[in-house]
Design a protein around this ligand. Sequence first.
Ligand SMILES: C[S@@+](CC[C@H](N)C(=O)[O-])C[C@H]1O[C@@H](n2cnc3c(N)ncnc32)[C@H](O)[C@@H]1O
Length: 306
Amino acid sequence: MRKTGTENLEISLLLDAILKQYGYDFRNYSQASFKRRIKAFLNKKGVDLISELIPRLIHDKKFFESLLHTLTITVTEMFRDPPVYKAIREHIVPVLRTYPFIRIWHAGCATGEEVYSMAILLEQEGLYERSQIYATDINSDSLDTAKHGTYPISAIKKYTSNYHNAGGDKPLSEYYHSDSNSIIMSSDLKKNILFSPHNLVTDSVFGEMHLIICRNVLIYFNRTLQDRVLNLFCDSLVRKGFLCLGDKESLRFSNIADKFVTVGSREKLYQTKPSTRSSHFEAGAGAILSIHETAGVNRRKSRSTQ
Ligand SMILES: C[S@@+](CC[C@H](N)C(=O)[O-])C[C@H]1O[C@@H](n2cnc3c(N)ncnc32)[C@H](O)[C@@H]1O
């Protein structure tokens, strides 16, 4: 049985080597799951010691890339957590509608399923033509899959059920075509999506976003890194811009919690306060409203348009 102290030393040396050789900084990823994934990689490669990986990684870029792909968990699905999309449709779309042009950033988009989900939602709300979606990830293989928008046909039952639970009414099949093994997302959905590499640890701000969606990414980071990334999002949002986090993630203990109001606590939807970034223009809509309050506004609006 190897001593934890020695193992931690090996991991620390490994992370330094990766940073120095390839510029990827994994030092602030959450240690427990990181260790599990490194061990899975050792097993896969038939290597005994973590430190044995170091010379191989330094000299063999392909070997490093295969470690990179083991270290990043890319599990995702279309309309994952349907109530979140329902809440976006009901409470954020009315605000997005007030902008002449809409910018949305999916950070950590993995293989792109949630990006196409958003594109479908915007298309149904008549907003897709004036939207630009930026979809980024650290994992280049995932981004390639995302760009193609080709997914196994076995997933479609689950995706269709999620889509309807998220408030989708037309058949989902209007947005893809299929062959015997796969579904291929429609090219119309792809035209306003820009997929590109972006590392949340080291890369900089994406300016003037109206909505940032970063779900199930922060759970892999420690508190220091979570704070760094949340500050990056805060600086990338317009005043009164929206942020959507994953089910197990929250702004609650972050050092920027006071810059946001909670729009939907269960759906992890937040909006920056008007004073957060004084240099930025703000939403066309008025005051910040919680889901409870916007539900009232929507009801009043629909009554007045009847
Ligand atoms: C579990 S997936 C989440 C996918 C999607 N957002 C969802 O909730 O279904 C986590 C993604 O975060 C990406 N990721 C991990 N570290 C990252 C970093 N430093 N910068 C950008 N993306 C990162 C991984 O490559 C992976 O695709």
